[in-house]
Design a protein around this ligand. Structure first.
Ligand SMILES: *[C@@H]1O[C@H](CO)[C@@H](O)[C@H](O)[C@H]1NC(C)=O
Ligand SMILES: *[C@@H]1O[C@H](CO)[C@@H](O)[C@H](O)[C@H]1NC(C)=O
Ligand SMILES: *[C@@H]1O[C@H](CO)[C@@H](O)[C@H](O)[C@H]1NC(C)=O
Ligand SMILES: *[C@@H]1O[C@H](CO)[C@@H](O)[C@H](O)[C@H]1NC(C)=O
Length: 190
């Protein structure tokens, strides 16, 4: 561009103006926004209409070796299984309340010591409201019996393109192994 204005000095100021306008527009577009979303996730692993299914896990032999080698540690009994889930997200704890999205992906029973904990790789996609069609993705550790749980948001699509943030989770209710989990997500996006 320096070359251009040398050859055609008369366009110099015009070009500079164009650049200032362009860079103002892109700075405006890159100003981060903060979205706060509250929703409830329904994880049904037992009974009819399951939303999460086990797709792989250790053999019974592996499992008894693990349990024996960790001194009959009860957590070792849960270590290893891989689940695929497609859990509905609703506005309220009631399963019949308005559907806002779905959480889809994989979770793995990834702890064999001290506590029952999952590794989660999930995409939360929204199907209504201002974020309809957008999604954010989460990768992290979820000690499901803990009081305060937090999962990092590592990216997103649509309105949530380039997102980062975090989800705070708490179990709202349990029915056997089926759970309703409350989420407060804070999403920084552009
Ligand atoms: C399972 O899904 C079917 C079809 O959507 C529905 O009629 C039934 O009430 C559901 N059962 C439970 C226990 O949610
Ligand atoms: C684990 O321990 C149990 C009971 O002590 C025993 O019956 C079983 O054979 C052991 N399994 C392995 C794989 O070592
Ligand atoms: C969400 O977006 C889809 C695709 O654009 C559209 O068909 C649907 O009606 C929208 N849903 C709501 C609740 O706005
Ligand atoms: C989410 O925020 C609401 C309102 O501030 C609060 O009542 C609720 O306990 C929070 N839930 C979680 C999982 O942090």
């Amino acid at each position: 561009m320096a070359n251009l204005s040398c050859h055609f000095p008369i366009f110099g100021p015009l070009l500079v103006c164009a650049f200032i306008t362009l860079s103002l527009t892109s700075t405006e577009a890159l100003k981060p926004k903060v979205a706060r979303l509250q929703f409830y996730m329904h994880d049904v692993v037992q009974g009819p209409n399951r939303t999460a299914v086990r797709v792989a896990g250790p053999s019974p032999d592996d499992q008894s070796t693990l349990m024996n080698s960790t001194g009959l540690n009860p957590f070792a009994a849960f270590f290893g299984p891989v689940f695929v889930m497609d859990n509905p997200l609703t506005t309220a704890p009631d399963r019949g309340s308005a559907l806002v999205g779905r959480a889809q992906g994989i979770y793995i029973h990834a702890s064999q010591q001290n506590e029952f904990s999952l590794h989660m790789t999930l995409t939360y996609m929204f199907v209504s409201g201002p974020y309809n069609g957008s999604s954010f993705s989460v990768v992290g550790r979820n000690p499901v019996m803990g009081e305060d749980r937090e999962l990092p948001i590592v990216g997103g699509t649509g309105m949530f393109r380039l997102a980062r943030g975090y989800c705070l989770l708490e179990t709202h209710s349990m029915d056997g192994m089926n759970a309703v989990v409350g989420y407060n997500a804070t999403v920084i996006h552009y």
